[in-house]
Design a protein around this ligand. Structure first.
Ligand code: SF4
Ligand code: SF4
Length: 430
């Protein structure tokens, strides 16, 4: 069987065995839910409730404000307690809707549609109304991705089941526990974007997911592509290259090479939205690392991290670092009071510094260049940035950097490459 891969990349210790056998268990939402009005790429949604508004599960509370934006819905039934800013897992303080949960779990509007008779255009409208965004972490609004710009079209759909970040296993569990619903969602996406070729891509470190999918892919007209386990395999451009050997042009989009990539969790959310009229009010996440009972949970959006850490048995020892997401591209948190948002793939706790190497000057070993999946020269880019020469850093493609961290991971001198690249991007955006 062909095994697919891409140039560059690294193979960090996976640490998936901690949770890969943990079934996704549903967590009851807490007494208070905090729902940020910005949980997606693009402009924040506009609040359409106020203090005292009564809501059900699925009541729209935030409305799309621009072309790239997403609706937001209440994950519980109850009453809006207040609107206020609150720490957000992506950083900063964001206007959020605080909802007191009445515990009744009353839904706004449920249905059981015949999904076979729904047109492609209606599927996109339902996905837009349901506030679905990419659940692999990027949180790009799905209805926008499903609507290619004029003059462009898709010919291939890839469902992304690579989950290449170490520690995270929630996508794996979804593939093991809900394989049919994922492929049904994939078929709906394929109908909406008008493609015939549908692939589900899974890294070979997930044999159980591959086995489950192998049994049913024929029924849903999907192929399986098995990927060599490597980070960052799940990044859109790397995944497309691995499977099609097509390169998304600099500054371009996957649609430029005719490929639409959707995370497996997103496909499941699309199925549930189309079939049951269910907006995106919950998701699967992995809570792992230095907690007493590492777990996979199904949680309502807006549940504070600290509630989930408690459900996972609490901290194991004194936490040193709390990360939203995986260890490579996740974001460090200064408080566990932040809520789960649509793009939260995991909560990772470290109880001690995991990399004890000492920072030194660059030894010009070139390892960062060898592993960069974007074919950049991180050492040279870093040198320019450290000299304040942002224009030459731009010439060397700093804006193409996807901040995957592979260069920094491999660097024996522990050079702070990604931090400086983020800084340069910020400076160049002004
Ligand atoms: S330069 Fe950017 S894209 Fe290349 S390895 Fe480093 S972080 Fe990843
Ligand atoms: S890996 Fe580190 S030490 Fe080696 S060339 Fe790159 S920045 Fe320099």
């Amino acid at each position: 069987m062909k095994r697919y891969t891409f140039p560059g990349g690294i193979h960090p210790k996976e640490n998936k065995s901690i949770t890969e056998d943990k079934k996704i268990t549903e967590i009851q939402p807490p007494d208070e839910i905090i729902v940020p009005l910005s949980q997606h790429t693009g402009s924040p949604s506009k609040p359409i409730v106020e203090k005292g508004s009564k809501v059900h599960i699925g009541t729209k509370i935030g409305e799309i404000t621009g072309f790239i934006s997403a609706n937001i819905h209440s994950p519980v039934s109850g009453e809006v307690k207040k609107m206020d800013t609150h720490p957000h897992p992506s950083g900063g303080e964001i206007l959020s809707v605080f909802i007191t949960n009445d515990g009744k779990d009353e839904w706004e509007n449920v249905s059981d549609r015949d999904v076979e008779s729904i047109s492609g255009g209606d599927i996109i409208e339902i996905v837009k109304e349901a506030g679905i965004v990419g659940l692999g972490g990027a949180a790009f609004p799905t209805h926008v991705k499903m609507s290619p710009p004029k003059g462009k079209q898709y010919d291939t759909l890839i469902l992304n089941g690579s989950e290449c970040e170490p520690y995270l296993t929630c996508d794996y569990r979804l593939m093991v526990e809900r394989p049919e619903d994922i492929l049904l969602g994939g078929r709906l996406i394929a109908r909406a974007i008008g493609v015939k070729r549908c692939i589900i891509a899974i890294e070979e470190n997930k044999p159980e997911a591959i086995r489950k999918m192998e049994k049913i892919v024929g029924r849903y007209d999907f192929e399986i592509s098995t990927l060599i386990t490597k980070y960052p395999e799940g990044a859109e451009k790397q995944l497309i290259w691995a499977i099609t050997e097509e390169e998304v042009p600099t500054g371009g989009l996957p649609v430029d090479v005719g490929v639409c990539v959707q995370n497996v969790g997103t496909a499941l959310a699309v199925y549930e939205a189309v079939k049951y009229n269910k907006p995106l009010i919950e998701r699967a996440i992995t809570v792992t690392g230095a907690v007493k009972r590492p777990s996979n949970f199904k949680v309502r959006i807006g549940t504070p991290f600290k509630e989930l850490i408690e459900k996972a048995g609490g901290y194991l020892g004194i936490p040193y670092k709390l990360i939203s997401g995986g260890p490579m591209m996740g974001i460090s948190q200064y408080t566990d009071d932040v809520p789960v948002v649509k793009g939260t793939t995991g909560i990772l706790v470290f109880k001690e510094e995991t990399n004890s190497l000492v920072r030194t000057a660059c030894i010009r070993c070139g390892r960062c260049i060898n592993v960069c999946p974007m074919n950049l020269m991180p050492t040279k880019i870093l040198a320019y940035i450290e000299n304040g020469d942002f224009s030459n850093a731009k010439e060397l493609g700093v804006l193409d950097c996807m901040e995957c961290g592979s260069c920094e991971y491999i660097c024996p001198a522990r050079r702070p490459i990604v931090h400086n690249i983020k800084l340069a991007k910020l400076r160049l955006s002004k």
